[in-house]
Ligand binder design. Structure first.
Ligand SMILES: *Cc1c(COP(=O)(O)O)cnc(C)c1O
Length: 488
């Protein structure tokens, strides 16, 4: 038996009592930030002093404990700003203070979840069953916790690609296979990037036009498939979007699913944020057909607010999923007993071997809130975005540029006498000024050739008063912004 006092490692604290005090103080600083999340600026640019400190922390001598703690705390105000109620840009989740708790346990366990027989794999497996049921998949479906939808998409499309080529591609590549896939012109860029990374080429993902509601045009899809078949190519997959980045539109997944079934194509759904809407009665009817998918990619870190990062890939056919990734060299050999049991391992479902225990924070989040409360937070956002749309519609100062589907409202400020190009510049200027002043952070996008102020409402801290603050700030900023773009 070793004496307990000998059990300290080379990188463990010398004085645990002092370290405990440090750890508690750090926790208090983190809690302080979150308790006051609704106050202050949304985005605070990184000052030179912090930039300098980021550098010297690495290049100078190691810092004293107090200085490490201060250095950490000095970073806190300079994040993206998505913990603030008026962060309304892109599609970010808000996170929750409860995320601090599993983050600490995760660090304490330091588990590697690539494989082996331990609780990390049990949690991820149970989570996979839970996700399968959520989307109406069979309980034999497989899944993997990943960084985000971008990675989930690469994994799903690799399974689709290899399944289409009888898994020959794993050994021999895809040279000249002529595989083509389809998605809408509104699809997220991560889908084309997956095609790029998988050697299919981004151009092999056809961009099918959308209808007036920004949803994939199903007739155009049929024609595109037919044209490619006639040209001797091999259609293999359709990617439907549940929640487009520009307007939040949800494709008619039922209709697309039917085409995929008829033509024996893989249906993948990019449900990054809006697939979470299955938990909300406001969104779930629009997701009808998602249960027909061969695979789904979505994020827990967006509309479900698990702290970054937390994405998920779900694959209907576990055997295909495993066949696309599994290879077990001697040093990773499966065993019936001991630490090398617990098969199959996550490394057989994705490209990563070493991987953290991301499933822990997701599991704790679901345990804390349950689907009902998470769904209510989504419904709250749906009501707020409708409210914003009506505030925009009620005045001549604003013009709405797209219908509301889920969480996104695109509009612009209009001023008499300005041409389209000037209105684009004006609205861009307004958004930048809102961000720089720190009052609110929407983003911009292009809708039908016009630059839109884009408000995305996947923030559980936003209240109606924040919408008024946003619109009032735009009105207040506008004269100076008009001046700036008219006389550059
Ligand atoms: C955010 C998003 C993605 C990419 O997801 P990440 O988690 O950022 O990798 C893909 N598709 C849509 C529709 C998105 O909103």
């Amino acid at each position: 038996m070793t004496d307990e006092s000998d059990a300290k490692g080379l990188l463990d604290p010398e004085d645990w009592t002092a370290f405990r005090a440090r750890a508690h103080e750090t926790l208090d600083r983190a809690l302080e930030k979150l308790e006051r999340a609704g106050t202050g600026r949304v985005w605070t640019p990184v000052p030179e002093s912090v930039d300098a400190q980021i550098k010297t922390a690495l290049t100078g001598a190691p810092l004293s404990s107090a200085n490490v703690d201060d250095a950490l705390a000095s970073l806190l105000p300079h994040g993206v700003g998505n913990t603030h109620p008026r962060f309304l840009g892109w599609v970010h989740g808000t996170g929750t203070p409860f995320g601090l708790l599993p983050a600490m346990m995760d660090a304490a366990m330091n588990a590697n979840c690539g494989g082996r027989d331990h609780v990390g794999l049990r949690v991820e497996r149970e989570l996979t069953s839970w996700v399968s049921e959520l989307f109406g998949f069979p309980d034999t479906a497989s899944g993997l916790v990943v960084t985000g939808t971008s990675m989930a998409t690469i994994i799903a499309m690799k399974v689709a690609r290899d399944a289409a080529l009888n898994f020959q591609s794993r050994e021999n590549g895809i040279d000249g296979a002529g595989l083509v896939g389809y998605t809408s012109s509104e699809a997220h860029a991560c889908n084309a990037r997956a095609f790029d990374m998988l050697g299919l080429g981004a151009a092999a993902l056809r961009k099918v036009p959308v209808d007036d509601a920004f949803r994939l045009n199903v007739d155009a899809l049929k024609r595109a498939i037919e044209a490619d078949r006639e040209a001797g190519l091999t259609p293999f997959a359709i990617i439907g979007t549940a929640g487009t980045v520009n307007t939040g539109a949800i494709d008619d997944l039922d209709a697309i699913g039917e085409i995929a079934e008829d033509q024996s194509l893989w249906l993948h759904v990019d449900g990054a944020f809006a697939a979470s809407g299955v938990m909300s009665p406001d969104v779930s009817p629009k997701l009808r057909g998602i249960e027909r998918a061969s695979s789904i990619a979505f994020d827990f870190h967006k509309w479900l607010h698990v702290n970054y990062d937390a994405g998920f890939v779900l694959v209907r056919d576990e055997a295909l999923h495993r066949q696309a990734f599994s290879s077990r060299p001697d040093y990773l050999k499966a065993a019936e007993r001991g630490l090398a049991a617990g098969n199959p391992w996550p490394v057989e479902y994705g490209p990563e071997l070493s991987r953290g225990f991301r499933a822990l924070k997701i599991w704790a989040h679901i345990a804390e809130f349950g689907t009902k409360r998470l769904g209510e937070a989504i419904s709250h956002n749906c009501r707020l975005i409708e409210r914003l749309a009506s505030l925009v519609d009620d005045t001549d100062e604003f013009e709405r540029l797209a219908p509301i589907s889920t969480s996104i409202c695109c509009f612009r400020y209009v001023a008499a006498g300005l041409e389209n190009a000037q209105l684009d510049a004006l609205n861009e200027e307004i958004v930048i000024r809102l961000q720089e002043i720190g009052i609110a952070a929407p983003s911009t996008t292009g809708i039908g050739g016009r630059l839109a102020i884009r408000v995305n409402m996947t923030n559980h801290r936003t209240r109606e008063q924040d919408l008024h603050i946003l619109l009032d700030a735009i009105r207040e900023l506008a004269p100076a912004a008009i001046e700036a773009v008219s006389h550059p």
